[in-house]
Design a protein around this ligand. Sequence first.
Ligand SMILES: NC(=O)C1=CN([C@@H]2O[C@H](COP(=O)(O)OP(=O)(O)OC[C@H]3O[C@@H](n4cnc5c(N)ncnc54)[C@H](O)[C@@H]3O)[C@@H](O)[C@H]2O)C=CC1
Ligand SMILES: O=C(O)C1=N[C@H](C(=O)O)C[C@H](O)C1
Length: 266
Amino acid sequence: MNIIIAGPRGKMGSLITKIASNRTDMKIVAGIGPEGRDYIGQDIGIVSGMGRALNAIVVDDIKTVINESDVIIDYTTTEFSMEILEAALRSKKAVVCGTTGFSEEEFNRIKDASKQIPIVYAANSSRVVNLMYKLLKIAAEAIGNVSDIEIIEMHDRYKKDAPSGTSKEMGQVIAEALNKELKDIAVFGREGKGERVPGSIGYHSIRSGDISSSHTVMFGLMGERLEITHHAYNWECFAQGACEAAAFLYGKEPGLYTIKDVLKIE
Ligand SMILES: NC(=O)C1=CN([C@@H]2O[C@H](COP(=O)(O)OP(=O)(O)OC[C@H]3O[C@@H](n4cnc5c(N)ncnc54)[C@H](O)[C@@H]3O)[C@@H](O)[C@H]2O)C=CC1
Ligand SMILES: O=C(O)C1=N[C@H](C(=O)O)C[C@H](O)C1
C-alpha cells in the first residue's frame, strides 16, 4: 500500500516516517509540508531527520500527489487536518487522523466524510492507553458512582490543545460506564470553587518542559484512592499505532473506525 505522511518534520510525522519506512507492507510515496518551507521538494527521509533518502518528495500541495496514495496519515493541526479531509474526500482516499483539539463542528465533518471514505480517528494510538480505557471502564462501573473522579494530564510546553484528546476519550469511557453524558459532568478548572462538585469529572492540564504524555485518572474515596496512570517516555508508541491503523484501512469500506477496531483490544 502507498501512503502519504502529513507534517513529516513534526514530532509525530517524523516518527511515523521512520516506522513506516521500515515496514514491508507499506511504501511512502510523499510527504506534505506547509507552503514556503525551505524543505519543500526535498526527500522525506532527509526532511524527517532519518538521514537517508526514501525516494519520496515532500510537497506543499496535496492535490499533486494524492492520487498516488491509498492512505494519508495525518497528525498535524486541526486546520490542516480539515484541508486533508477535503482532499481525501475529493479523491476518495482513506485517512488515519490522530490530530486532537477539533471543535464539535469539525468533528462532525470527519463523521460526515466517513460516510464516503474509510477513516480511523484516534486521539490516542498507543496500544497500552487503549488497554487503559478498558481498565477505566471496569473501575468506573465498580466505584465510579461512589468516588470523586479527576483526570490529570501532562504534556510538553508546545502542545496546542487542552485538555488532551486522550483525556476527553477517557472521560467519555467513564461517562458511558456511569450512563451519563460527559458534557453534564465534566468540570474544567476549579478556580473560585473550593468544594468538589459531587458526581463530576474534574479535568487538570499541565504543560511543562518536554513531557511526552502522561494521563492519570484518580478515583478518590474516603480513606483510599485508586489511580490508573499511563506514561509515554517518547511518542513512538503513538506512531506505531498510526502505522497499524494505516495497514488496517487498506481496502476497507467507508466508515468511521476507532483504534479499538485496529488494535482489537476487546
Ligand atoms: N493520536 C495520538 O496518539 C497522538 C496525537 N497527537 C496529536 O498530533 C498532532 C501533532 O502533534 P505533534 O507531532 O506533536 O506536533 P508538531 O507541531 O510537532 O507537528 C505538526 C506538523 O504539522 C505540520 N503542519 C502544520 N500545518 C500544516 C500545513 N498547513 N501544511 C502542512 N503541514 C502542516 C507542521 O509543519 C508540523 O510538521 C497534535 O494534534 C497532537 O495532539 C500527538 C501525539 C500522539
Ligand atoms: O500532543 C501530544 O503529545 C499528544 N497528544 C494526544 C492527546 O491530545 O491526547 C495523545 C498523546 O497524549 C500525545
